[in-house]
Ligand binder design. Structure first.
Ligand code: HEC
Length: 113
């Protein structure tokens, strides 16, 4: 167990929020499949709700956000919020969620970059 914790720590510490292009492309596919129906451009429930919530202080489109770090995205996806459903691991696997969160975080100015 100790070893597993150490490995997890190393993986998280080393990774920062920078991801390679293949991961980001995979994440974009996951986003288009599961999220774009509500968070894509246009008069869609997620985009409209975030436009109302932030009133333009943050982009209404998740794909244009620069502040959503992977742990935050993952928590919303696994727990849901308001009318947004949560997603099970049988729908979006942990690996797919890693890629999805990396895609949404791709424009973050993370200090580890
Ligand atoms: C059925 C429509 C729907 C789907 C599908 C959906 N969402 Fe959402 N999502 C929403 C709505 C609506 C909100 C705003 C909830 C609120 O705060 O009122 C939201 C909020 C969020 C937030 C919080 C943003 C913030 O700043 O408050 C994140 C992150 C998010 N969604 C990510 C995702 C991801 C990633 C997916 C795909 C796995 C996804 N959502 C799929 C409707 C959806």
């Amino acid at each position: 167990m100790k070893c597993l914790f150490a490995l997890t720590f190393l993986a998280l510490a080393g990774q920062g929020f920078a991801a390679d292009d293949a991961t980001i492309q995979k994440g974009e596919k996951v986003f288009d499949y599961w999220c774009a129906t509500c968070h894509g451009p246009g008069n869609l429930p997620g985009t409209v709700a975030l436009q109302t919530k932030y009133k333009g202080a943050k982009p209404a489109l998740l794909s244009e956000r620069t502040d959503l770090i992977p742990p935050v995205t993952k928590t919303f996806v696994r727990k849901g919020v308001s009318i947004m459903p949560f997603f099970r691991k049988t729908e979006i696997s942990d690996a797919d969620l890693d890629a999805l969160a990396a895609y949404i975080a791709r424009n973050n100015k993370a200090p580890t970059r």
